[in-house]
Design a protein around this ligand. Structure first.
Ligand code: HEC
Length: 222
């Protein structure tokens, strides 16, 4: 058993050595600090660089209509997400749920919850259809995005979504996301004349959550 393991180990070492040789042989001309790898090509970087920002930055050229999106959606998406975005079985719901966010069981959908249309384009482009991610062309993605917006009554049936008009789409819950302005989220690092940490005392606590063993009774609030 021991010998077997030892031989197995030897084979592994030999294999890694051989791989190392292969790698350095293939990329010898660009070997860097560690003698491994090479600079990514522009094409390779473009393949990863597919994110879309809320203001539309990162979108490819192209466009697609609600009408074109309907057929594409029916063929590629409806089997899981339902013809009206209602979700088949336990697959995710994509439409509706308006006004439920403050209820006991909020229904978070593209329409009721998502703040930016760019997330929709990006999600579909990056990850859908579930069984064939990144198989859609830019025009197909624009059309299906437009159709899901239409299912949520965010655009009309004759709407054509394009790189040019993308930033004009306003999502119903855009205002639901904002910068947290409570004082304890602003925590600028002190750079000079800073308080001596040993003089800082914990003076209040959330009952049952914050540990209290180290607290000082009646410490002055500064
Ligand atoms: C085989 C089933 C299937 C098909 C077909 C499919 N999806 Fe999905 N979709 C999923 C699953 C599963 C998730 C959740 C994935 C996760 O949470 O990781 C999802 C998530 C999504 C979401 C995010 C929902 C949310 O609120 O988080 C969107 C938008 C979406 N899909 C759009 C589409 C579109 C558009 C198509 C057609 C191009 C499509 N999907 C095809 C299964 C599917």
């Amino acid at each position: 058993m021991y010998n077997l393991a030892k031989n197995y180990f030897k084979i592994l070492v030999l294999m890694s050595a051989a791989q190392g040789l292969l790698i350095s042989a293939a990329y010898a001309e660009t070997e860097g600090h560690y003698g491994l790898g090479r600079i990514a090509t522009q094409e390779e970087i473009a393949g990863w660089d597919i994110d879309v920002r809320p203001d539309g930055l990162g979108l490819p050229a192209g466009s697609g209509s609600v009408a074109d999106g309907e057929g594409l959606y029916e063929g590629k998406c409806a089997s899981c997400h339902g013809s009206f975005g209602e979700g088949e079985g336990r697959w995710p719901i994509l439409a509706g749920g308006f006004g439920t966010l403050s209820e006991g069981r909020p229904e978070k959908t593209v329409g009721s919850y998502w703040p930016y249309a760019s997330t929709l384009y990006d999600y579909i482009n990056r990850a859908m259809p579930f069984t064939a991610p990144q198989s859609l062309t830019p025009n197909e993605t624009y059309a299906i995005t437009a159709y899901v917006l239409y299912l949520n009554e965010i655009v009309d049936e004759d709407f054509v979504l394009s790189k040019g008009n993308f930033s004009t789409v306003v999502m119903p819950n855009a205002e639901g996301f904002f910068e947290d302005d409570r004082p304890d989220v602003r925590n600028p690092t002190c750079m000079k004349n800073c308080k001596d940490p040993s003089s800082i005392k914990v003076t209040s606590t959330i009952a049952g959550v914050t540990p209290t063993e180290h607290m000082e009774e009646n410490a002055p609030i500064e």
